[in-house]
Write a protein that binds this ligand. Structure first.
Ligand code: 3PG
Length: 386
C-alpha cells in the first residue's frame, strides 16, 4: 500500500509510532494490522500535520506474517515536503512521458533532417549546426539559471574526450548515411547496434554472453541483411555510414559508462558537455570536408527552389536533434540501460514507419519483412540480456 493519507490530527510522533494500543484515529487506518511495540527512548518526529503512511512491509513466513507486519510510517509535515518516494504508478507515468517525448522529438528531427538534406546535401554542416544549437541552448540555460551549471574538472573533460570522439563520428556518419539513402533504411541498419555491441564486447573487451544473446543476433543480422539486399535505393555510402555510426555509438556507450563512474553530473548536463566537446572536434573537419564556398553555392541553389523556409527547416532539425538527445539522456537517468535499449528500438519503429509514410518511400514486402525481423531481433536481444 502506498501513500495512504490520514486526516490532520494533533498528536506526537511518539504516539503515532511507538505506543501500542493507540486507538485507530481514522476509519481507513483501522483496516491495518496493529502496530508492533518498539521501545525507543525519545520521539524522532513531532507531528501536527497530516501523516502519510508510505507503505506496509511484511516479511517472515506466512503463519507469522500477521504478527510481524510492520507499518513503516514516513511521517512528515505536508508543507515541508520531506522525502516521500513517488509511487510506482507516478514513476511509470513519468517514464512513459519521457519515452513518448523522446520518440516524438526524434521523429520530428528525422523528418526535418531529411528535408534539409534532400534540398541542401551538406551533412557535415548540418551535423555541426545541430551540435552548435544544442551547445547554445545549454549555455543560455546555464546563464539564465534555467538549468543548473554542472561542476566539472579537467578529469571530467578528459574522460569525456573519447566519448565525444565516438559521438562525433557516429553523428556525422548517420547524417552522411541519411543524405544518401531513405531515413527508414538508415534506421533499419541502425537497429543492428546491439549486434555491434555484442561483437565489440566479445572480441575487443573479451566479455562473454549467454547463448540466447548470441542467438538473438541471428535475426538482427539476417533481417538487416535482407533489408539491405532488397532496398530499392541502396547506396554503399549510405549503408556504410549507418554501419560506422553503429560501431561508433557502441564505443561511445562503453566510454560513457567508464567516464561517468563516480561523477555527479546529470544526464542533461552530461549531454550538454558532450555536445560542446563534439562541436569543437567536428567544426574543423566540416570546414575541411565541405567548407564555406560549397555551403554558399549550395545555399543559393537550395533557396531558389525551396525558398527561405529552408532556414527554418535547418533550425528545426538542429533544435530537435538536441532536444531528443537531451530527453534520451534524461530518461537514462531514470531507467536501466536495458529499458533504455528497448525504448530505443521502439523509437526506431516509430521513425521507420513515420518516415515511410511522410516521404512515401517505396517498400517491397520482402524489404519490410527484413526490417521487421531485424527489429524483432533487437527485442529478443533485450530479453536475452535480462
Ligand atoms: C545522429 O544523427 O546522431 C543519429 O541520427 C542518431 O541516431 P540515433 O540517436 O537514433 O541512434
Amino acid at each position: 500500500m502506498t501513500s495512504l493519507r490520514q486526516p490532520a490530527v494533533n498528536f506526537s510522533g511518539t504516539d503515532a509510532i511507538f505506543r501500542p494500543k493507540l486507538p485507530a484515529p481514522s476509519r481507513r487506518l483501522s483496516v491495518l494490522p496493529p502496530l508492533p511495540v518498539r521501545r525507543r527512548d525519545s520521539a524522532v518526529v513531532s507531528l501536527s500535520k497530516p501523516l502519510f503512511v508510505s507503505k506496509v512491509e511484511s516479511f517472515g513466513d506466512h503463519e507469522k506474517r500477521r504478527e510481524r507486519e510492520v507499518i513503516v510510517c514516513k511521517a512528515f509535515e505536508a508543507d515541508k515536503s520531506s522525502p516521500v518516494e513517488p509511487s510506482e504508478s507516478a514513476r511509470k507515468v513519468k517514464i512513459g512521458l519521457y519515452f513518448a517525448t523522446w520518440w516524438a522529438l526524434n521523429v520530428v528531427f528525422n523528418i526535418y533532417n531529411k528535408k534539409v538534406l534532400n534540398a541542401y546535401p551538406f551533412p557535415w554542416l548540418t551535423s555541426t549546426l545541430s551540435l552548435a544549437a544544442g551547445s547554445l541552448i545549454m549555455l543560455v540555460s546555464w546563464a539564465l539559471r534555467i538549468a543548473e551549471t554542472p561542476k566539472t574538472d579537467l578529469d571530467f573533460w578528459k574522460a569525456l574526450f573519447p566519448v565525444a570522439v565516438a559521438h562525433t563520428i557516429g553523428h556525422v556518419a548517420a547524417t552522411v548515411s541519411m543524405s544518401k539513402v531513405a531515413v527508414s533504411f538508415t534506421h533499419i541498419i541502425k537497429s543492428a547496434e546491439p549486434a555491434f555491441s555484442v561483437l565489440v564486447s566479445r572480441f575487443i573487451l573479451g566479455e562473454t554472453f549467454p547463448m540466447p544473446v548470441y542467438l538473438s543476433l541471428l535475426p538482427i543480422i539476417g533481417g538487416c541483411g535482407l533489408a539491405a539486399l532488397t532496398e530499392l535505393n541502396f547506396n554503399m555510402i549510405g549503408f556504410m555510414g549507418a554501419m560506422i555510426s553503429n560501431l561508433a555509438f557502441v564505443f561511445r556507450n562503453i566510454f560513457s559508462k567508464r567516464g561517468m563512474k563516480g561523477k555527479d553530473v546529470s544526464g542533461m548536463n552530461y549531454y550538454a558537455c558532450l555536445s560542446m566537446l563534439s562541436l569543437v572536434l567536428l567544426t574543423p573537419f566540416a570546414f575541411a570536408v565541405e567548407g564555406p564556398q560549397m555551403w554558399a553555392l549550395g545555399w543559393e541553389k537550395a533557396v531558389s527552389t525551396i525558398g527561405p523556409q529552408l532556414f527554418w527547416w535547418m533550425a528545426a532539425q538542429s533544435v530537435f536533434y538536441h532536444l531528443y538527445n537531451q530527453v534520451s539522456y534524461m530518461s537514462l537517468d531514470e531507467i536501466s540501460p536495458l529499458t533504455f535499449s528497448i525504448g530505443n528500438t521502439m523509437k526506431r519503429i516509430s521513425v521507420i514507419v513515420s518516415s515511410i509514410i511522410i516521404f512515401r518511400t517505396p517498400v517491397q514486402p520482402v524489404n519490410a519483412l527484413g526490417a521487421a525481423i531485424a527489429v524483432l531481433g533487437t527485442f529478443l536481444y533485450s530479453q536475452a540480456k535480462q
